[in-house]
Design a protein around this ligand. Structure first.
Ligand SMILES: Cc1cc2nc3c(=O)[nH]c(=O)nc-3n(C[C@H](O)[C@H](O)[C@H](O)COP(=O)(O)OP(=O)(O)OC[C@H]3O[C@@H](n4cnc5c(N)ncnc54)[C@H](O)[C@@H]3O)c2cc1C
Length: 391
């Protein structure tokens, strides 16, 4: 086996590196959980799209770059190593787009995908409701068909980016007396529709990354259905598979965090070395990030030969979320009491953005389906264990 890049892949890496060096914003962008930061990130997505870099794996005709998965990994490695901004349209580009490519009509693809690539539409996800989080089949928010429209009434919650996003995709109960995963329909709707109220939710860092969404007889044209009426569950499961599977958290992101952690450890070596557990955690973090990268290359090679993503969707999600937490907890331990200083505090020199990253990492085991639920799926589907002790 020869583990090396082709000449074309090396050239692509150089192109990405040079483009990023020439085009990266000079100052870090404000968080996209603020209005100004959201628009700055939208402008950055537009800039990326000029080179097909906002959605590198999509066909050129739809606004992408036509890259294969190895080139995608190369792009991601360069992107995170350059310290480039977080991606504000992940929900659209990484989750809805593959769903539309598989289940959307040709009109939906032609309309929504190029707009998404240019960040004209930024998307939020609408699955969760109070009482329907892990148990998503308990969704109650209803969408009743009348006169070529669905009329939506009810509530969604925990919708990331919904405070400033343009569109929402989500799952709604279109058959009023249906049970569980039957009678659910996958719909696309503008968040500025009449009848929608959005209530921001403040997160641990004080910013409003989440929102509750209230629907009061919101009318959505039937053309905005993805797939058949009532068949939304299996489409949403495909979207969730894209979320947990390969693309949402590329290894480049964790390798970059691991490098930053090693740097942080070196800068604080005197104090950090007094606790062997910290050195051990730094080493484990670096090794785990490299192992994740190699495992992803292995998966990508298998997919290139026509394989399927399979059980990695569940194991990956647990792996990257626990790794991210380990790295940020280790950074907090290295920084000690100063870890809690905000980056602009007078004594904060050198604390960087570890606190923000730590707060975000805390959410990793919860979002995209909690790690407990992933473990249930692994137990039942991979290991064939019974659902309960009696079963
Ligand atoms: C950062 C972040 C971003 C998010 N973004 C979105 C978004 O954009 N759109 C959206 O719709 N939702 C979003 N969510 C919501 C997320 O999908 C839910 O929080 C998650 O599915 C858990 O649901 P819940 O909060 O209702 O908790 P619950 O389902 O009430 O779970 C509470 C606890 O019980 C455990 N538990 C529940 N059932 C079982 C079981 N059967 N076996 C074992 N343990 C169980 C869970 O693991 C958890 O620890 C986001 C959440 C976070 C943290």
């Amino acid at each position: 086996m020869r583990l090396e890049y082709t000449r074309r892949q090396e050239e692509f890496r150089v192109e990405v590196r040079e483009w990023l060096a020439a085009n990266l914003p000079r100052e870090p962008l404000q968080s996209f959980d603020t209005q100004a930061g959201f628009e700055a990130h939208r402008a950055w997505e537009r800039k990326l799209s000029e080179r097909g870099f906002s959605a590198v794996t999509w066909p050129v005709a739809l606004g992408g770059r036509g890259c294969d998965l190895i080139e995608w990994l190369i792009f991601e490695e360069e992107y995170w190593a350059a310290g480039a901004p977080l991606r504000v349209n992940e929900n659209g580009v990484l989750l809805l787009a593959p769903t539309l490519m598989e289940y959307g009509t040709s009109e939906q693809k032609a309309h929504f995908l190029p707009r998404m690539a240019r960040a004209e539409d930024i998307w939020a996800q609408g699955w969760s409701e109070s009482g329907a989080g892990s148990d998503m089949a308990a969704i109650r928010c209803k969408a009743i068909r009348a006169d070529g429209h669905y009329v939506i009434s009810g509530q969604k919650t925990w919708s990331m980016r919904a405070v400033w996003a343009d569109w929402l995709f989500g799952l709604f109960r279109s058959q009023p007396n249906s049970q569980r995963h039957h009678g659910l329909t996958f719909l696309l709707l503008p968040l500025k529709s009449p009848g929608i109220s959005i209530r921001p939710i403040r997160q641990l860092n004080g910013l409003t990354g989440f929102a509750e969404i209230f629907f009061d007889e919101v009318r959505v044209p039937v053309e905005n259905t993805v797939g058949e009426e009532g068949a939304g569950w299996s489409i949403a499961m495909a979207t969730a598979g894209f979320e947990r599977g390969l693309m949402l958290r590329s290894p480049g992101r964790f390798q970059q965090t691991a490098r930053a952690l090693v740097e942080l450890y070196r800068r604080h070596r005197e104090s950090a070395d007094s606790d062997p557990a910290i050195r051990d955690a730094v080493l484990r973090s670096w090794i785990a990030a490299e192992a994740y990268a190699l495992a992803t290359y292995r998966t990508v090679c298998r997919l290139a030969k026509g394989g399927q993503i399979g059980a990695e969707a569940n194991t990956n999600k647990i792996y990257w979320s626990e790794l991210d937490l380990l790295m940020h907890e280790t950074a907090m331990a290295i920084l000690g009491g100063r870890a809690e200083l905000m980056p602009h505090a007078p004594d904060a020199a050198g604390v960087g953005h570890w606190l923000d990253g730590f707060l975000f990492a805390l959410a990793g085991p919860i979002d995209a389906g909690t790690n407990e639920i992933q473990r249930n799926l692994i137990a039942e589907r991979m290991l064939g264990l019974p659902r309960s002790l009696s079963g």
